[in-house]
Design a protein. Structure first.
Length: 234
């Protein structure tokens, strides 16, 4: 009698597991592979459109891993409400203390999460179409430099003598399409000024030519040219 009862319990257990299991092994592998491929596309888009000095390799890896992990988690939950609450409680112990350096990075994290959710629920069209559409938007906005008040191509810094011997204006006007004064800082002895200019070079003009011409000018020293395309707004 006890043997029959044990067999019945085992049968009920496996039946309940089958009912709660809604993904076949093939679907699991396809969903995880799709999440990986699409998040790699997101990572390449992030690399191609990133501007500034806050680039982090660990963040790019996080974008990929978050999407794949999300797909796996959503498949674990399936249609089981109790399992969903259990996972929420288990994941609540995780604390994210890393400060996001660029607000755009937050959008990429949500992007990766959305792709992981779509892939994990076998919503293949939403996952693929959403990735293509959002990556296209990111490329277009980057190419048109959307949202920038002023495009700054280079930041030029140098020290010029206050006696008027450093004639830099003629050189800059000859080689630069436009220039705007950003900052002037006098030295302690009042003999020189540290000058910072925001400049856009003329087409087909090598920036090295500008620095070389300034180096040979009397009264000009400590020349520094910083590439700042689409990073500095004034």
């Amino acid at each position: 009698m006890s043997t029959d009862s044990s067999a019945q319990s085992s049968s009920d257990f496996f039946k309940s597991e089958i009912l709660s299991y809604i993904y076949s092994p093939d679907e699991v592998l396809i969903n995880l592979a799709l999440a990986f491929v699409l998040t790699m596309c997101i990572a390449f888009t992030y690399r191609a459109t990133h501007r500034g000095l806050s680039y982090s390799q660990s963040f790019v890896l996080t974008v990929v891993l978050v999407g794949v992990i999300t797909a796996m988690v959503i498949m674990v939950i399936g249609n089981n409400l109790a399992r969903a609450f259990a996972l929420v409680g288990a994941l609540s112990i995780i604390r994210f203390r890393t400060v996001v350096k660029d607000t755009k990075d937050t959008a990429y994290v949500f992007f990766s999460l959305a792709v992981g959710l779509a892939s994990g629920t076998s919503s293949y069209f939403i996952a693929i179409a959403g990735t293509i559409f959002m990556c296209s938007i990111a490329y277009v906005l980057d190419r048109v430099n959307f949202g920038s008040l002023h495009k700054s191509e280079f930041i030029l810094r140098f020290r010029s003598a206050t006696d008027g011997s450093g004639d830099y204006n003629s050189i800059i006007n000859e080689l630069a399409a436009s220039s705007n004064l950003v900052h002037i800082q006098p030295s302690g002895d009042r003999t020189t000024n540290r000058i910072t200019l925001d400049i856009v070079m003329k087409k087909d003009v090598d920036p090295i030519e500008l620095t070389s011409r300034l180096e040979t000018t009397d009264g000009i020293s400590e020349i520094m040219l910083i590439a700042s395309a689409r990073d500095a707004d004034y």
